[in-house]
Design a protein around this ligand. Structure first.
Ligand code: AFP
Length: 366
């Protein structure tokens, strides 16, 4: 990440500068939608930072017969995050509908369903299995165009390939709360500054570039015996280190929180793999295309990296269902190129390379 001369500016004004040259009405709509998302994430950050204390407050309130803040006593943090995002999007005049990882169906805005310019997809709290351990978690979001203005959108309107996204980003709730954002004009990083009377998103970097070369990979190695051959080969070669065909040592990381993994890659390069596996034949893929893979792919590509399912660019995949899952391989370009070449190698005998993006395979259910 290149931030030798840190830029400054608050979210709205930074986006105003960043979107110069775009149709002013289109730019304003995008700014307002992104600010609504960012505002929700400030509140999610507040809730996340309370951690176990939120439960303690709820317990104390329950014992005393008091109702907890917003009636949210004992709600799981991912449900709270989901509610906060939904409330913020409902108040934004440009959001026609939103789809959350937490719900089967999209939610159409009561007030702006027909006229809103945007559809928003989000994973309110990615890595939520890490919450109890106080490990970094995050929110992932994607803004798609509402193509049939004048009509209330349905699930079919969300079935757009990732390259149609108008913007995408994530918020990382770690030692610092950071928002990493793209409007297809490079990648920006904002930090949440809590020193003033009200928390503010401050621009910290306006040109994130992912290192092309890396010696670091991230994968859940406990699934090794279930991977397909190209992934087996890639990881075996990395692990073989300087005595293997790569002739250099590699390092491995696994946070089990995709936002944290992607942010590490943005910062110092690397490759993240959640490949197809045969653990549960009816559910060979783990990550969701619309809420996780596509927004991360847009960010990574805008930062000079590459994102694929092994045979096709993630941004080219057209979802069949709202919660469709896909294999995800993303990060430093050279490594992703290498993994793609292993998938294309006929000697690796990848059963599904014949079918490319989708078709004869039964699509896994959410
Ligand atoms: P949760 O939000 O259910 O914790 O899932 C997060 C995630 O989808 C993604 O962030 C990680 O890459 C992946 O799961 C880690 O999963 P495993 O470590 O269980 O393989």
């Amino acid at each position: 990440m290149n931030n030798t001369t840190p830029p400054r500016g608050l979210l709205d004004e930074a986006l105003q500068c960043h979107l110069i040259g775009m149709d002013p009405d289109v730019a304003q709509a995008l700014r307002e939608t992104l600010c609504a998302i960012a505002q929700a994430c400030v509140r999610i950050s507040d809730a996340a930072s309370l951690g176990m204390l939120a439960d303690a407050d709820a317990d104390a309130d329950a014992l005393a017969g008091r109702s907890h803040v917003q009636g949210e006593s004992h709600k799981r943090l991912d449900q709270i995050a989901d509610d906060l995002m939904a409330a913020s999007l409902a108040g934004c005049r440009h959001v026609a509908a939103w789809a959350s990882e937490e719900h089967e169906q999209p939610h159409v805005s009561h007030a702006h369903g027909a006229q809103g310019a945007h559809l928003v997809v989000f994973d309110p709290l990615d890595g939520s299995s890490n919450i109890e351990a106080n490990i970094s978690i995050g929110t992932i979001f994607s803004v798609l165009p509402h193509r049939y203005r004048g009509m209330a959108p349905g699930a079919a309107d969300f079935m757009q390939p990732g390259h149609q996204q108008l913007a995408a980003g994530y918020v990382l709730y770690g030692p610092a709360t950071l928002m990493v954002l793209t409007c297809r004009r490079g990648v920006l990083v904002f930090g949440l500054d809590r020193r003033g009377a009200a928390p503010q998103w401050v621009l910290a970097c306006d040109d994130v570039r992912i290192a092309e070369h890396t010696r670091e990979f991230a994968i859940n190695a406990s699934n090794q015996r279930f991977w397909e051959k190209p992934i087996q080969r890639y990881v075996a070669e990395c692990v073989a280190g300087d005595s293997g065909p790569r002739m250099k040592d590699f390092n491995m990381r696994w946070v089990a929180s995709m936002v944290a993994e992607v942010h590490r890659i943005m910062t110092r390069g690397g490759v993240f793999l959640y490949p197809r596996d045969t653990r549960e034949p009816r559910r060979p893929d783990r990550l969701r295309l619309l809420a996780e893979a596509a927004p991360m792919a847009l960010l990574v590509e805008q930062a000079g990296g590459r994102a694929t399912n092994g045979t096709s660019d993630l941004l080219d995949l057209v979802p069949d269902t709202l919660h469709q899952r896909v294999p995800v391989i993303l990060g430093s370009k050279d490594e992703v190129d290498r993994i793609v070449s292993y998938h294309a190698d006929p000697s690796e005998n990848v059963s599904w390379q014949l079918f490319k993006t989708r078709s004869l395979f039964v699509q896994p259910q959410a």
